[in-house]
Design a protein around this ligand. Structure first.
Ligand SMILES: NC(=O)C1=CN([C@@H]2O[C@H](COP(=O)(O)OP(=O)(O)OC[C@H]3O[C@@H](n4cnc5c(N)ncnc54)[C@H](O)[C@@H]3O)[C@@H](O)[C@H]2O)[C@@H](O)CC1
Ligand SMILES: Nc1ncnc2c1ncn2[C@@H]1O[C@H](COP(=O)(O)OP(=O)(O)O)[C@@H](O)[C@H]1O
Ligand SMILES: [K+]
Length: 503
């Protein structure tokens, strides 16, 4: 799915109106019907629930007016509140004029805000994507009042006061919604941790926006869904053999962190690599051979950390990082690897930390490599803390563009920046995955997909990120959130990949 800017969203509305020979009011009615149906079917409004609909002066307020009208006609006791404003959008004005006689709109008075019961439902239709400055005055007072009420708040399109694709100045009034009901496509703001407390649980409601216009709108950000990836993982041909899918080499582990090497190795095996060889320090030999008998094991001459780079000739891709440690000799191995590898690389964890600590190493990273930092590792990599989540995305794009690498930023909606600056947000995964080892599993899986010559670097990364999160989602019913371990993710990599396999 494309992530559109507010300007592009407006253009899409206009193009839809033109292409479908409808009016802007028709589109507003569609949006409001979708919201009304969600309130009735999903939130299961009760006839005795206290319901407040708060409307602003623009088309977001217009949506709210229609929701209030729909609920009123369906027999629900709606209290309708209007934000005082000097100018209203034409459609908002028209909807106000067409309110049914029995539904009185009341002006919001900042000095006398209505009491809202904790069990009430509030529909926030104050401001949508037309927000042009932080909320102040009556709007800000109302928002703070709503946020302190304990009511269930349902935001229409976007929580009022939140920008769709830019950061807020600190301490602005922004609605803290329990649910955000947006139309057709998600907004960048929904995907960033700093906005989680505002956006709540977000849903997309289809309103028939023109697919051709969406298709033709150029964007540099995507929210990647299962539908878009399904079929992009090639099937395994009948006469395939272990050489067909590539031989992956993994350099991982140090004393006390051989588990990271085990998890990454298991994930690489489950990710479909034809052959997997893992090099571990001598201390890891028995552990790896016992826990991943399908993999071959190279042992380093050093006991506790990796100090030798094997001959790379047999390998289709090389991964380095999980549990590696940052010993001087290990750093020399990383340097040699970066200098000599002619195959796809996956760099994670301590490999990234060493790139951060030694910028001269960073210059050696070959274009096309795949890097998988979490936010702290990414900060070390770029050597500068991000001001906020938006700035961090700018840094991510800049890093990918500057180095020619594919760089991941791990999190709830893991982002991937391609060298051309395009951002892809992953849509799978759950908070049960926020525990040690999940990232090691991702590295192993991505390594397997990078070793498969049939896949482009971009597809390998997108499929791997998706399947990793999906495997976590498939594991969840068996483990619960707290009980979800990285090894559970490994167990479900196979089924997750199977869902993406095409003809
Ligand atoms: N395709 C879609 O997404 C559709 C969107 N519609 C709705 O239309 C909305 C966008 O409507 P508008 O463009 O009218 O935008 P808004 O409803 O957000 O209102 C913008 C108006 O508020 C004023 N304003 C902006 N920031 C303010 C502030 N901080 N304090 C006071 N006034 C402020 C602006 O000057 C402008 O007059 C969407 O969010 C959505 O709810 C639907 O009606 C139809 C379909
Ligand atoms: N709340 C979450 N929702 C979805 N995925 C998550 C969440 N928290 C963590 N993950 C995923 O789990 C992995 C954690 O990686 P990382 O932080 O490197 O862990 P570790 O180093 O312990 O293996 C990442 O792929 C991340 O996207
Ligand atoms: K809103």
């Amino acid at each position: 799915m494309k992530l559109l800017s507010p300007v592009q969203t407006r253009a899409l509305d206009q193009a839809t109106i033109k292409a479908q020979h409808i009016t802007s009011i028709d589109l507003m009615e569609r949006a409001a019907s979708a919201v009304t149906n969600w309130l009735l079917d999903e939130l299961r409004l009760d006839y005795d629930t206290e319901i407040h609909v708060c409307c602003g002066p623009g088309n977001n307020g217009g949506d709210g007016l229609v929701v209030a009208r729909n609920l009123h006609r369906a027999g629900y006791p709606v209290q309708l509140w209007l934000l005082p404003a000097t100018r209203h959008s034409a459609d908002c004005t028209q909807q106000q004029q067409q309110l049914p006689a029995g539904l009185a709109a009341q002006q919001i008075d900042p000095d006398n805000l209505t009491t809202i019961a904790a069990g009430a439902v509030v529909v926030d239709a104050l401001f949508g994507t037309g927000l042009s400055r932080p909320l102040e005055g009556t709007a800000a007072a109302l928002v703070r009042h709503l946020n302190g009420s304990g009511a269930t708040v349902v935001a229409v399109d976007i929580p009022s006061g939140l920008y769709a694709d830019a950061p807020q100045p600190a301490d602005c009034a922004v609605v803290r919604a329990d649910y955000t009901l947006s139309f057709e496509l998600p907004k960048l703001a929904f995907l960033l941790p700093q906005n989680a407390g505002f956006v709540g649980d977000w849903r997309l409601l289809p309103i028939g926006l023109d697919p051709e216009v969406i298709h033709n709108t150029p964007v540099d950000m995507h929210f990647v869904t299962a539908d878009e990836l399904r079929g992009r993982l090639p099937k395994r041909p009948k006469f395939s053999h272990k050489g067909t899918f590539g031989h992956a080499l993994l350099l991982a582990g140090s004393k006390g962190k051989i588990g990271a090497a085990v998890l990454a190795t298991q994930a690489c095996l489950r990710g479909g690599a034809g052959l997997v060889t893992t090099q571990v320090p001598a201390v890891g030999y028995d552990i790896l051979q016992i826990s991943a008998p399908e993999a071959m094991c190279l042992t380093d001459s050093a006991t506790d950390c990796i100090t030798e780079l094997p001959d790379l000739a047999p390998y289709a891709a090389v991964g380095i990082g999980p549990g590696l440690g940052q010993h001087h000799d290990t750093r020399m191995v990383l340097r040699r690897l970066l200098q000599t590898a002619r195959v796809p690389l996956v760099l994670d964890a301590d490999a990234l930390n060493m790139l951060g600590a030694y910028p001269e190493l960073q210059k050696l990273v070959p274009p096309g490599a795949l890097l998988t930092p979490h936010p702290k590792e990414f900060e070390r990599l770029v050597g500068e803390p991000a001001r906020d989540d938006y700035h961090r995305l700018d840094q991510l794009r800049d890093f990918a563009g500057r180095t020619g690498c594919y760089c991941v930023l791990k999190g709830a909606y893991t982002a991937l920046a391609a060298p051309d600056g395009t951002l892809y947000f992953n849509s799978t995964g759950n908070p049960g995955m926020a525990s040690g080892g999940s990232g090691d599993v991702l590295t192993g899986l991505l390594l397997a997909l990078r070793a498969d010559k049939r896949l482009s670097p971009l597809d390998a990364a997108l499929l791997g990120l998706h399947a990793h999160g999906r495997a976590g989602d498939l594991a969840l019913p068996h483990t619960g959130h707290a009980g979800l371990l990285a090894s559970d993710i490994v167990r479900f990599i196979g089924p997750a990949l199977e869902e993406l396999m095409g003809e």
